[in-house]
Design a protein. Structure first.
Length: 226
């Protein structure tokens, strides 16, 4: 199986390094995306931060690069906004859609509208420096970079043209960590027959805190023949 993995806010593809290593050892192909503006050396144009559409376009181009291998498109946190947009556009290319303690938007939702008050306060505090980029919160990996504010506040446009029954939909919950905007969401999805909800209750950064267990869950989503 081919895994395309989209990280959450402030992080790059490196956030999935340990998970990707396990999946690759099993023979899977993994592409961990570093979204535009979050490159290790910083953005090329600090005056024009990318928005959500930019990130959806970027991830869609990667998914659409190979039309032969089954694709599991995975997103962590903010990455849920991105993969939802890609799935709406390229649902026929997907085998699995996996939200890793991530936002699951409807048409017109944004990361800002779906998140918790504590995260909105964090966004506003972090953007005071220049009004364009949200500063890296304390406690994140030193490789983390300021996140483009437009991508947090832009509403996603979902036309609903993809057949959601064509691919599996999984939500992986990190549990009830302080300020989580995902606890109620996980509860709602548990009651939806179109979703599978799994628990790795180690907090929000599942890929860092328990990469072995996350890799095992993702491995279990692959077709038996892959």
């Amino acid at each position: 199986m081919r895994f395309v993995m989209v990280p959450g806010g402030w992080q790059g593809g490196w956030a999935f390094d340990a998970v990707a290593a396990e999946l690759r050892r099993d023979g899977h192909h993994v592409e961990a995306v570093t979204l535009s503006g979050l490159e290790p050396d910083g953005p090329l144009d600090t005056d024009r931060p990318p928005n959500l559409d930019t990130h959806i376009d970027q991830a869609a181009e990667i998914v659409d690069r190979d039309d032969r291998t089954p694709v599991a498109l995975c997103g962590h946190s903010y990455g849920g906004m991105v993969i939802a947009g890609v799935a709406d556009r390229l649902g026929d290319r997907l085998d699995q859609l996996v939200f890793i303690d991530a936002y699951v938007p409807d048409d017109g939702d944004s990361c800002w509208s779906l998140t918790s008050d504590s995260f909105r306060e964090l966004f506003m505090a972090g953007v005071r420096g220049d009004g364009r980029w949200v500063a890296v919160p304390e406690g994140l990996d030193p490789r983390a970079r300021p996140h483009p504010l437009p991508s947090f506040v832009q509403a996603v446009r979902l036309e609903g043209t993809s057949d959601k029954s064509a691919f599996g939909r999984t939500f992986i919950s990190g549990g009830a960590w302080p300020g989580s905007p995902f606890v109620d969401l996980a509860g709602r999805l548990r009651d939806d027959p179109g979703w599978r909800v799994l628990d790795i209750p180690v907090g929000h950064n599942i890929a860092r805190r328990d990469p072995h267990r996350l890799a095992a869950v993702l491995r279990g989503l692959a077709p038996a023949s892959v």
